[in-house]
Design a protein around this ligand. Structure first.
Ligand SMILES: Cc1ncc(COP(=O)(O)O)c(C=O)c1O
Length: 460
């Protein structure tokens, strides 16, 4: 694209495009405009190439430029461009629902489609409420989730979200969303002497609120916000027991962790538990089309089967035939290229490439699993002293994001909790990409240390 065309594009973006979670009016020299992708790489409108270390936004599992997914979308659009699944069905939604049921854990055999992740989480809370009303437990309306967790932006999902910074402007939110401590081992509160505390706190919350009022616990297998927070051994097995004891539903929010991100089709499978509901989106279509899916156990669907009861909820474009056709083609690629094995065979190499950075004093912790890692940045490795909000903001938003992009790497620099860099590349990535990630991070983090010294006034 010519430079005058690029200037015009940037101007139009500046005037008309309202980016999500983005500042308005600063795009002209700051906001990258991404034009095309191929494999693990994307190119901006100036022809600069970037390694996409974040798979779009934890979505592009099979990589960019897949002709088979584009063809599936085109063919379906020609055949049946759209029809809703409100009192009708179409072959693509049926086929995809059956395929998801065949690969999902336990008795999760019913698939309720949505257009994305927030809608899947919203749907799960609403389904839990209606389910309990139908089985004669109408007081069960509340939900439990964890500090710093992100579950989406619609009002219900935002209430389940544990990030104060994104909730404030929209309060009051939906009542009855209770929070418990997340399982960040690196930032464990001093009162936690035993890792069993984290699951037991969920039981304490259930007992405190009154078990008869709790509908569901919403947990990600590996919590994204806060920086790829993994659970301690036995955590989910104990949470499962607690939920069963108190008749509470366990919702596994796998909007990021499903579809291979952790090296298994579902994050719950990797961590060895069977939830009552899985919420998913993103990697279901590798981001080639917007689609979410709530996978529901037969037990929860039961009060709706062969009765006059309907789940009184839906979205016009959920289960869109083009998106379902893309999802089916996407799952075909998972099988034909054995992407799960690629993740499992390379997980240790990826981890090692990140652990290798631990000699940099700014690297406090490396955590995660599969193709999903966070690097927590600290002021002092020995004391784990973190950056102030202003310092973190400057370091991540003002310096690192920009510098890593200059060096050709897209990843996430997140300062909503303690500052972290997050990496979640396409599942086709391998040692060459990890080496590149390592070298860019080493350079950018080394420069970030000098930047942080400058900030704290320790050097001129
Ligand atoms: C765990 C989790 N739940 C829900 C959502 C919301 O999904 P969406 O942005 O598709 O609405 C996200 C988004 O990143 C997520 O990570």
């Amino acid at each position: 694209m010519t430079s005058s065309a690029n200037v015009e594009l940037a101007l139009q973006a500046d005037r008309h495009l309202w980016g999500h979670f983005s500042s308005l009016g600063r795009s002209i020299d700051g906001m990258p405009i991404i034009e095309r992708g191929e494999g693990c790489y994307i190119w901006d409108n100036h022809g600069k190439r970037f390694l996409d270390g974040l798979a779009g936004l934890y979505a592009t599992q099979v990589g960019y430029g897949r002709v088979e997914l584009a063809k599936a979308a085109g063919a379906q659009a020609e055949k049946l461009s759209f029809f809703p699944i409100w009192t009708y069905a179409h072959p693509m939604a049926i086929e995809l629902a059956a395929r998801l049921a065949s690969i999902s854990p336990g008795d999760l055999n019913r698939v309720f489609f949505t257009s994305g992740g927030s809608e899947a989480v919203e749907s799960a809370w609403k389904l839990a409420r209606q389910y309990f009303k139908l089985i004669g437990q109408p007081l069960r309306t509340k939900v439990i989730s964890r500090d710093l967790s992100y579950h989406g932006t619609s009002m219900g999902a935002l209430s389940i979200t544990g990030l104060a910074s994104v909730k404030g402007p929209f309060e009051p939110l939906v009542p009855g969303a209770v929070k418990v401590t997340n399982t960040n081992a690196y930032r464990k509160p001093e009162w936690v002497t035993d890792d069993s505390y984290f699951a037991e706190e969920i039981e304490q919350a259930i007992l405190r609120e009154g078990p008869e009022t709790i509908a569901a616990v919403f947990l990600e297998p590996v919590q994204n916000a806060g920086g790829c927070i993994t659970p301690p051994a036995g955590y989910f097995q104990r949470v499962r027991e607690i939920c069963d004891t108190h008749g509470v539903l366990l919702v596994s929010d796998e909007v990021i962790c499903a579809y291979g991100r952790l090296g298994a089709m579902f994050g719950s499978e990797r961590l060895g538990y069977v939830p009552d509901i899985i919420t998913s989106a993103k990697g279901l279509t590798s981001g080639y089309a917007p689609l979410g899916a709530m996978l529901v156990s037969d037990r929860i669907a039961e009060p709706f089967v062969d009765t006059d009861e309907q789940f009184l909820h839906g979205y016009t474009f959920a289960g869109h035939p083009v998106c379902c056709a893309v999802a089916l083609a996407n799952l075909d690629v998972f099988e034909s290229e054995d992407l799960l094995s690629n993740v499992n065979n390379n997980e240790a190499v990826f981890r090692a490439a990140l652990d290798d950075l631990s000699d940099l004093p700014i690297v406090g912790d490396v955590r995660g699993m599969g193709y999903f890692y966070g690097i927590e940045l600290v002021k002092d490795q020995a004391t784990k002293e973190t950056f102030s909000d202003d310092e973190a903001h400057h370091l991540l938003r003002g310096f690192l994001s920009h510098r890593m992009a200059e060096l050709g790497l897209i990843c996430r620099a997140d300062s909503r909790g303690d500052p972290v860099i997050q990496l979640a590349p396409p599942l086709i990535a391998g040692p060459a990409e990890f080496e590149r990630i390592n070298s860019v991070l080493r350079q950018a983090l080394t420069e970030a240390m000098a930047e942080s010294e400058k900030l704290s006034g320790r050097t001129p």
